[in-house]
Design a protein around this ligand. Structure first.
Ligand SMILES: [Zn+2]
Length: 335
């Protein structure tokens, strides 16, 4: 949904100058404006007309606030009592849109708008809107999941037929949000994502990164040292190509040894190329094609199985790799 604010409303008798905003007598009308609303929220001169009971239902803070009788001389706008908020109009607009219209406003198939998620967390925590916070965390975990199984799905499989939008430009923001709101389970997958940035991107942020969102020096160091460890693990996964020893089950050892020698000679150097953006968790997709590798079926299965276990071990070690063992229990216990 685009932010289509209507230009300033005409001055009306009920909109008296306010303390916060003495020179202005009217506000811009926000995207969320219900004619039958009975409460006006104002953030940065933008007014949102909503339903008091809805807000009280969703937010413990507002619920408590409304339970206290309001002074009779409190601000009015368009015949409704006004509550001034110190938040940005954009954040308030996002949150109200989600509260009224979550299915329409956040559709993972259309790509998750990171600004919306950030607003849900910021205001959700501030005003004790638990459902809103839980929804934001669930959405983030869809993109930065706690298990390798789901991680593979995020990168390769689609959500209801379409790929969920996980944007490179969001990785640093997600990591910082996870730090700020203590969403610790998001940290290992967020660090894994950030560790694939170039040095330049780690320090200055990738293209499209929000200006407020840069990694702390300590977290840049975590990415860099983690990357060295990931790379060492990646090289260990390639050991079987280096050793050129067929599996113990192999019925055609001479043939499979030759196949491995060819792979070692022709492809090993490609796998070992240093690359800033290399994904150390990547699948050995080429093992899925026994006809192409020249390996027998049993060797293919053996090496694939070994690699699957090695990837899982790397995943299980993400907290240790990125020095996060103090803050997160990893791998998480999933019910
Ligand atoms: Zn074999």
């Amino acid at each position: 949904m685009e932010d289509t604010r209507i230009s300033k409303r005409p001055r009306t008798d009920v909109s008296e100058p306010t303390k916060e905003n003495p020179s202005e007598s009217a506000y811009e009308q926000g995207l969320v404006w219900w004619e039958d609303g009975n409460l006006v929220l104002v953030a940065e001169y933008v007014a949102f007309r909503i339903h008091k009971s809805m807000l009280a239902r969703k937010s413990q803070i507002f619920c408590d606030m409304f339970s206290i009788p309001q002074p009779s001389n409190s601000d009015q706008y368009d015949g409704c009592p006004v509550v001034h908020m110190s938040d940005s109009a954009k954040d308030v607009s996002h949150v109200l849109s989600v509260l009224y219209d979550s299915e329409k406003y956040i559709d993972p198939k259309e790509g998750i708008d990171f600004d919306v998620i950030a607003a849900m967390l910021k205001l959700g925590r501030k005003y004790q809107m638990d459902q809103l916070v839980n929804l934001a965390v669930t959405l983030l975990q869809t993109l930065y999941p706690p298990t390798l199984f789901h991680y593979d799905k995020v990168l390769t499989v689609t959500f209801s037929g379409r790929r969920v939008a996980r944007k490179t430009s969001h990785h640093i923001s997600v990591l910082n949000l996870a730090r700020r709101f203590e969403l610790h389970q998001l940290l290992p997958p967020a660090f894994l994502a950030c560790s694939q940035f170039s040095y330049q991107e780690l320090v200055n942020g990738p293209p499209g990164n929000g200006e407020e969102s840069l990694l702390s020096r300590a977290d840049i160091a975590r990415c860099l040292t983690g990357r060295v460890q990931l790379r060492a693990r990646w090289m260990r996964r390639l050991e079987f190509v280096q050793l050129t020893t067929p599996s113990v089950w192999c019925n055609y050892p001479a043939r499979c040894r030759t196949a491995l020698e060819i792979w070692k000679k022709e492809h090993l150097w490609e796998f070992l190329q240093p690359s800033d953006t290399e994904n150390a968790m990547e699948n050995f997709y080429w093992l899925d094609r026994p006809g192409t590798t020249g390996l027998c079926e049993l060797c293919t299965r053996f090496f694939k199985d070994g690699d699957r276990k090695a990837r899982q071990q790397t995943w299980n070690s993400l907290a240790q790799i990125f020095d996060l063992e103090d803050v997160v229990e990893w791998p998480p216990q999933i019910e």
